[in-house]
Design a protein around this ligand. Structure first.
Ligand code: R5P
Length: 296
């Protein structure tokens, strides 16, 4: 297998390629003065399976076009099979028509992927709320790996929480809270969230027994930080002793970090699906283990 990376996650792609002993084909991605994207690879991919890495975070639209160009290029140059490795998969949140006339973005992206002749997609903690089986939607196998075990291991080792409990900030985060809690054999629960718009959320009061306990809040994404900050405030008001927050994709737009810390969190821990100042945990091992199995 060969590895080709777009510009969003080169560091992660290099680390994975080393772990699985797969040569990394150098790639160049640049933007012309008018905003058009240019890509080039420097190596022979003909007859070989190629894993194309790109994380659709921070600059998702440009990264998406870069990915489309790279993938089509690799196919055009004769790759035998293309595996798309998308550590953060943007556009998955618009998976329904919440208001009449809205685009079903995830469905459109699925059609684009289908047209690129990709054999399978590997991603991490995809935002799957209403889509229960992404393989059905994309019409190719989608392998949704999780970083939750890595995150909880890191938090337990570094922060050594006492009488710990895992909390998800909303009903939809139950899937991630459950994985984290099961890994270290502790309790978990979720809060109830009301979202007003993309910046404003409220957490509904709930009778949780967390007085004097150390709470680890886990979620897939921290974007504006609104959800995490409100969750931290609520947990502190219910008597949590320490609150440590963790997420797979630290997108962290605007003042997200300070918002969460000012709300009373002791720490924010994320992974390198999105490069950020809190990407303490690397998903390289979960991706490498998966790709190694594909190579057998
Ligand atoms: C929503 O359902 C997600 O799981 C996250 O809770 C949400 O995307 C976080 O966004 P923000 O940080 O902007 O509140």
């Amino acid at each position: 297998m060969l590895v080709v990376s777009g510009s969003s996650c080169r560091y992660l792609a290099v680390n994975v390629s080393r772990l699985i002993n797969a040569p990394l084909i150098p790639s160049e991605c640049k933007v012309f003065p008018d905003g058009e994207i240019y890509v080039r690879i420097d190596g022979d991919v003909s007859g070989k399976p190629v894993a194309v890495f790109q994380s659709f975070a921070l600059n998702p639209n440009d990264y998406l076009v870069e990915f489309i160009l790279l993938t089509d290029l690799v196919r055009d140059l004769g790759a035998s099979k293309i595996i798309a490795v998308i550590p953060y998969f943007a556009y998955a949140r618009q998976d329904d028509r919440f208001k009449p006339g809205e685009a079903l973005s995830i469905k459109t992206i699925a059609s684009i992927f289908k047209s690129l002749n990709i054999a399978s997609i590997v991603t991490v903690d995809m935002h799957l709320h209403r889509v229960s089986n992404p393989s059905e939607l994309f019409k190719i196998p989608v392998y949704n790996l999780s970083a939750m075990e890595l995150l909880i291991d890191y938090v337990m080792n570094v922060f050594k929480p006492e009488s710990p409990i895992v909390i998800g900030p909303d009903e939809e985060s139950k899937q991630w809270a459950e994985i984290a809690a099961r890994r270290v054999n502790i309790d978990y629960d979720v809060l109830e969230k009301i979202r007003y718009d993309s910046h404003r959320v409220a957490i509904k009061p709930r009778g949780l027994n967390i007085h004097g306990r150390d709470v680890i809040v886990v979620d897939d994404i921290i974007s504006t930080g609104g959800t995490m900050a409100e969750a931290v405030k609520a947990l502190r008001s219910y008597g949590a002793r320490r609150v440590i927050t963790a997420c797979t994709h630290p997108i962290l737009t605007g003042q997200a970090l300070s918002k969460i810390l000012e709300a009373g969190a002791e720490a924010i821990v994320g992974t390198d699906t999105v490069p950020s100042p809190v990407s303490y945990v690397s998903v390289k091992t979960v991706i490498a283990e998966f790709l190694s199995r594909c190579m057998i």
